[in-house]
Design a protein around this ligand. Sequence first.
Ligand SMILES: [Zn+2]
Length: 257
Amino acid sequence: MPDNVPSHNPKLRRIGGFTLAELLIVVAIVGVLVAIAIPVFTARLAKAQEATCIANRRSMYAEVVTTAMDTEKEAEVFGKIDRLAKGYTCPNGGNWSWDTGTRSITCDEHPDETENPSITTSKSYLSDWNKFIDSITDPKIKNNNSKMRELFFAEYGSPLLTYQGKDYNVQPFFKSTGETWLFAREGTGDNWSANFVYDPIDQSWYRCVKENGTPTSASISSISTTEELHKYMMGELTDQWNNRWEKVENPKISSVT
Ligand SMILES: [Zn+2]
């Protein structure tokens, strides 16, 4: 057999290197892989950038809340959000804005489209409650939690939280310090015994359970700040009955119409 004829004998083929056909096949395969990989990498990059934006907003939120707790001039701190934003940015150059109602930071490049609808409802209900509180100027009414809630319910109603086939009334709560949160319980009227609590700091619902895991309710009237509420939810603080708060991933919350 002459030297310049390609052979199917592997030993001879290796000496001659790749044939043009083999090389073309390799180039084609690499081309296909690149074509598949580039969109995957691009999607991953976008996901990573969004995750970075969310993480940065959370860090900034934590800093804002901590500063607000330190100075006790919440409105003032929230007014300086741009200054506080130093060091925290969106990797895609999105503009952040602070919603004083929901007390959350949003990015115009990364809207929270995938958010749980029950959390969206909870946020807007809490936002309505905060706006309602701001609209009341008469201190006699403002210092009366029952009256405030009565007026608010008349205007905004009360959503239902449905969990494991049971309905609980979602209700707003506020402290004279200006701190607000939501809770849900069986029945209506003024009673601070909560089966569920919506923690505005990590924007999640928690269910009250006994040490052994049985659902129960706990009084939230003695909790004075949102920060303290959050510590209870995280298990850093416990009441005298050793109740725990379990994060509820998907509570169903009816929107108020
Ligand atoms: Zn962003």
